[in-house]
Design a binder for this molecule. Structure first.
Ligand SMILES: Nc1nc2c(c(=O)[nH]1)N[C@H]1C(S)=C(S)[C@@H](COP(=O)(O)O)O[C@H]1N2
Ligand SMILES: [Mo]
Length: 261
């Protein structure tokens, strides 16, 4: 079991930024989107937290891991819990047997992987704490293929800067289709040892409500970065053309792109 020796320091130094957010009353999503002034503060904080975290912790510092005894008996399912999407429902009904994860975009060798192929890829398990911006936390064990080795298999082209995750769910019906859940992370985070495509939660097949068949685990950032129901991954050089251009479903609605904890 690896632990994070700098955990205490990290909570001390960087916890302040989060406490500041909570203190400003930024618990709910509506409050954030409501105020442009608050958005500017958040964006300023975004850069600060990002650089502070990279500087203090290095790019490969691990998020704290917990013993099995710390696993939460009830882990809340948040946001979408059952994508209302015909394609997805068909895959769900047939146990994701014909489902494939596509990895494309700026890669040398686009991949199309079955769940079995993902299960056979280099894996990692970790017991970590999930922090939602709404103010709740839960601990669970997550297992799945490490994203880094999959990217190596696909061969990331030099122009690629971000990894985009496209999900099966649409949270908001908009005419221009910007209500589809998606997320983006940079290549450092994508290659971090704890960044996995989890297909198991607490040693069982990943439940529907938590993102079946696979969901991203990105342990050094807040819950909304951890895309559930991931159908397609793309290597991109910019996220300006996706959704409303801010790098993710919640980012488009006012949350910061880098949600370090
Ligand atoms: N596709 C998708 N991913 C998502 C969400 C969502 O609604 N749809 N919600 C996000 C938020 S805000 C949180 S806190 C976590 C919730 O994960 P859980 O349902 O396993 O608790 O998933 C994140 N990833
Ligand atoms: Mo969340």
């Amino acid at each position: 079991m690896s632990s994070d020796p700098s955990g205490a320091t990290r909570r001390g130094l960087l916890g302040g930024a989060l406490t500041g957010l909570a203190g400003a009353g930024l618990a709910g999503c509506d409050q954030i989107t409501a105020s442009p002034a608050v958005n500017e503060t958040l964006n300023g904080m975004d850069g600060l937290t990002f650089h502070a975290q990279r500087l203090l912790l290095g790019r490969d510092a691990l998020a704290r891991e917990y013993p099995a005894s710390a696993i939460s008996p009830d882990f809340k399912a948040n946001g979408s819990t059952n994508p209302d999407n015909e394609d997805y429902q068909q895959h769900l009904a047939d146990g994701f047997k014909a489902w494939r994860l596509e990895i494309g975009g700026l890669v040398e060798r686009p991949l199309s992987l079955s769940l079995d192929e993902l299960r056979a890829a280099p894996r990692r398990s970790q017991i970590t704490r999930h922090d939602c911006v709404e103010g709740w936390s839960s601990i669970a064990k997550w297992s799945g293929a490490r994203l880094g080795p999959l990217l190596d298999r696909a061969g990331v082209k030099p122009a690629a800067k971000y990894v985009a995750f496209f999900c099966a769910d649409t949270l908001e019906l908009t005419l221009d289709g910007t209500g589809d859940y998606y997320e983006t992370i940079d290549l450092n985070d994508a290659r971090h040892p704890q960044t996995i495509l989890a297909d198991e939660m607490n040693d069982k097949v990943l439940p529907l409500a938590h993102g079946a068949p696979i969901r991203l685990r990105l342990e050094r950032q807040l819950g909304y970065k951890m895309a559930k129901y991931v159908m397609r991954i793309e290597l991109i050089d910019s996220f300006a053309g996706l959704g409303l251009g801010k790098g993710g479903y919640w980012e488009d609605r006012g949350y910061q792109w880098y949600a370090g904890i």
